[in-house]
Design a binder for this molecule. Structure first.
Ligand code: GDP
Ligand code: MG
Length: 597
C-alpha cells in the first residue's frame, strides 16, 4: 500500500490533459510500440474525433524510483461540464491531482471548478504549467497566476510539455513524493467506490472501482449499497492498457469487476461495493443519481422506423446509463421518445451515435429544461413538465418554476462589458465580480439553465473573441414568468415547435422564430403562413411564398450527370424532412429557436 499512488489529472478543456497522460504512459513503458496511438485514453472513435474525453478511464503504470517499485494509478476524467458528476467521482477515488494549466491560456473556468472539487476531497495538488514549448507561452505570468490561486511556492509548479515530453520525469517524481500513499484497513470489511463503468457487448458491464478498505476477491459475494443488488465477483483485476486478471484487488488499489451485469443502469457511479455477509458501515460519501438536465423529443424520420428506433435507444441505454427516455407522441411528428440528457453535448453525442452505430435517421426537437408547474387546484404539488406541450392550461396554472444555475465566467477585462450584457440579456443576475489579475476577471451570475441551452456558448465565444471560459452548477428551482409560445404552420399548431419562454421575451422571440422558419422551410406549390401564438393570440406572422421549383431546369438538359447529381442531392436533403400536414419541415427548423441571432 505504501507504494501505491492514486491520482487524476484535472484541467480546463484543451489544456493538454490527454496528451500529457499519453506521455506519462510512454515514459513508464506502459504501452508497447504497437499500442501507441495518439490520445490513447480516448478510446471511443467519437471521443477521438471530437478531441474530448467522454467517459473516464483508469490505467495503472509501474515506475521505479530510488530503487523502489511503485504502482501509479491514473484516473482520467472527462473535461466537459455535461459530465461533471463523473469528474467528481473520479476525484473522490484519488489522493492527488495534477492540475494542468496551459502556459498561454492561464487559469480558466474549469481549472477553478475542478480545483475546488479536488480541494473538497482533500487531494494533494501538483500544479503543472503545460505547453511551455509554445511560442505564445507566458511561463512567468502564468506561474504567478497559479501561485496566487493555490497559495503555493513558485518552485512547486512543474514546467512541462505534453508535446515534447519535457518535464514528464519531474511530474512522476512529484507524484511519488508529494501524493500521499492510500490509507485504509486491509482487514476491515470491503468498501470500494465505483467511479466508472464501461459496457462491453460480450462481457456485460465492467465496473471500475477504488478499494478504500478490505479487499475484493474473485468469487466473493458482494453487494452494491445504493441499488441494494447482490452479485458474485466473477472476475476482478487491475487496469493496465488491457485488463490484468487477479485473485483479489486490495486496499488502496484501483481495479475492475465483472459480474455479468447486462445493463449500465444497474451500476451507478458513486455507489459503494461491499461484502454481502460482512458489509461495511462506511459508505463513501456523496452518492447522487445523475439527473438529466436537458430534454428533447427524438422521432424517426420515417414513421415506420419507430420500433427500430426503440430497439436502438434501448441498446444505447445499456451502455449509457445517463440516457433516459420514454415514449411520447406528437400531433406533428407521430410516435417518438422524450429523452433526457446531461447537457447539449450529451444530446449531440446520442444523436450522432444513433446515426452511426444504428443507422437511424432521426428528428430531434427543440431541447428544453425540466419545469415545475403548480396548478391553482394543487398549489403545493409540482407537476413536472419535460415537454412544453405538457404545460397545463395557463388559466389553471398558479406558477411555474424553472431550474437556475450559478454560472462562472472567466474573461479578459476588455470583454467584461460584453459578457455582462450577454448574461443580462439571458436573464442573468450578477452575483460577484473578482479581478484575478489586472487583466483577468471572474464573473458569477445566477441564471436560468434554459438560457444556457439556447445558443449561449456560441454567443459567449463571439462577444469575448474566444477569451471567455464558462462553467456552471445547478442552484435549484425559481419561479419565473413563463409562457408557452406555439407555432402554427398553415394554420396548424406544430407541437414539436412549442417552447416555454419568459413572458418579457416572448414577442421578440416569436417574431424571430417566424423569420427564421421562413428561411428554413422550403417553398412549396402553395403559400405557407407561419404564425407564432401565445394561447389564442397571434403575435407574429410570416409567409413562405409559393413557388414551383424545378432545380434541374438550370441544367438545360445538357449535362446529364450533373442533373443526376442534383437530383440525388435533393433526395438526400429530403431524408431529413418531415411532412407535417401538407408542409415539409426540415430538421433545422425544429432547432430554429436555438439559433435566432
Ligand atoms: P485535453 O482537452 O485537456 O485533454 O487536451 P488535449 O490533450 O486533447 O490537447 C489539446 C490540444 O493541445 C491538442 O491539439 C494537443 O495537441 C495540444 N497540446 C497538448 N499539449 C501540448 C503541449 O505541451 N504543447 C503544445 N504545443 N501543444 C499541446
Ligand atoms: Mg482529453
Amino acid at each position: 500500500m505504501k507504494n501505491i499512488r492514486n491520482f487524476c489529472i484535472i484541467a480546463h478543456i484543451d489544456h493538454g490533459k490527454s496528451t500529457l497522460a499519453d506521455r506519462l504512459l510512454d515514459f513508464t513503458g506502459s504501452v508497447t510500440e504497437r499500442e501507441k496511438q495518439e490520445q490513447l485514453l480516448d478510446s471511443m472513435d467519437l471521443e477521438r474525433e471530437r478531441g474530448i474525453t467522454i467517459k473516464s478511464h483508469a490505467i495503472q503504470m509501474d515506475y521505479e524510483y530510488e530503487g523502489e517499485q511503485y504502482i501509479l494509478n491514473l484516473i482520467d476524467t472527462p473535461g466537459h461540464v455535461d459530465f461533471s458528476y463523473e469528474v467528481s467521482r473520479s476525484i473522490a477515488a484519488c489522493e492527488g491531482a495534477l492540475l494542468i494549466v496551459d502556459a498561454a491560456q492561464s487559469i480558466q473556468a474549469q481549472t477553478i471548478s475542478n480545483l475546488y472539487l479536488a480541494l473538497e476531497n482533500d487531494l494533494e495538488i501538483i500544479p503543472v504549467l503545460n505547453k511551455v514549448d509554445l511560442p505564445s507561452a507566458n511561463p512567468e505570468e502564468v506561474t504567478d497566476d497559479i501561485v496566487d490561486l493555490l497559495g503555493c511556492d513558485p518552485s512547486e509548479v512543474i514546467h512541462a510539455s505534453g508535446k515534447t515530453g519535457f518535464g514528464v520525469e519531474n511530474i512522476l517524481q512529484a507524484i511519488i513524493e508529494r501524493v500521499p500513499a492510500p490509507e485504509g484497513d486491509p482487514d476491515a470489511p470491503l468498501q470500494a467506490l465505483i467511479f466508472d463503468s464501461v459496457y462491453n457487448t460480450f462481457r456485460g458491464v465492467e465496473t471500475y472501482f477504488r478499494v478504500f478498505n478490505g479487499e475484493i476477491k474473485k468469487g466473493q459475494k458482494i453487494k452494491f449499497v445504493a441499488t441494494g443488488k447482490e452479485y458474485f465477483a466473477d472476475e476482478v483485476g487491475t487496469l493496465k492498457l488491457n485488463q490484468v486478471v487477479k485473485s483479489s484487488v486490495k486496499t488502496g488499489d484501483v481495479g475492475y469487476l465483472i459480474t455479468g451485469i447486462k445493463t449500465a443502469k444497474e451500476v451507478k457511479v458513486g455507489d459503494t461495493i461491499t461484502d454481502f455477509a460482512n458489509p461495511t458501515t462506511n459508505i463513501v460519501e456523496g452518492f447522487e443519481d445523475v439527473k438529466p438536465m436537458v430534454f428533447a423529443g427524438i422521432y424517426p424520420v420515417d414513421t415506420e422506423d419507430y420500433e427500430e428506433l426503440r430497439n436502438s435507444m434501448e441498446k444505447l441505454q445499456l451502455n449509457d446509463a445517463s440516457l433516459v427516455f420514454q415514449p411520447e407522441s406528437s400531433a406533428a411528428l407521430g410516435f417518438g421518445f422524450r429523452c433526457g440528457f446531461l447537457g447539449m453535448l450529451h444530446m449531440e453525442i446520442i444523436q450522432e451515435r444513433l446515426e452511426r452505430e444504428f443507422d437511424m435517421t432521426v428528428i430531434t426537437t427543440v431541447p428544453n429544461v425540466s419545469y415545475h408547474a403548480y396548478t391553482n387546484k394543487n398549489p403545493d404539488d409540482a407537476f413536472i413538465v419535460n415537454n412544453p406541450s405538457d404545460l397545463p392550461d395557463p388559466s389553471t396554472v398558479n406558477r411555474v418554476e424553472e431550474p437556475y444555475i450559478k454560472a462562472t465566467i472567466i474573461t479578459k477585462s476588455d470583454f467584461v462589458g460584453n459578457v455582462m450584457s450577454l448574461c443580462i440579456e439571458k436573464r442573468g443576475m450578477i452575483t460577484n465580480q473578482t479581478y484575478l489579475t489586472t487583466e483577468r476577471v471572474e464573473l458569477t451570475f445566477d441564471m436560468p439553465l434554459a438560457e444556457i441551452v439556447f445558443d449561449f456558448y456560441d454567443r459567449l465565444k463571439t462577444v469575448s473573441k474566444g477569451y471567455a471560459s464558462f462553467d456552471y452548477s445547478p442552484i435549484g428551482m425559481r419561479v419565473s414568468k413563463l409562457v408557452r409560445l406555439d407555432v402554427l404552420l398553415n394554420g396548424q399548431p406544430v407541437d414539436a415547435l412549442s417552447a416555454l419562454i419568459h413572458a418579457d421575451n416572448a414577442h421578440t422571440i416569436g417574431k424571430k422564430m417566424c423569420e427564421k422558419l421562413k428561411e428554413l422551410i422550403p417553398r412549396q406549390q402553395f403559400d405557407i403562413p407561419i404564425q407564432a401564438a401565445i394561447g389564442a393570440k397571434i403575435i407574429s406572422r410570416e409567409t413562405v411564398k409559393a413557388l414551383r421549383k424545378d432545380v434541374t431546369a438550370k441544367c438545360y438538359g445538357g449535362d446529364i450527370s450533373r442533373k443526376r447529381k442534383l437530383l440525388e442531392k435533393q433526395k438526400k436533403g429530403k431524408k431529413r424532412m418531415r411532412q407535417v400536414g401538407n408542409v415539409e419541415i426540415p430538421q433545422q427548423a425544429f432547432m430554429a429557436v436555438l439559433k435566432l441571432n
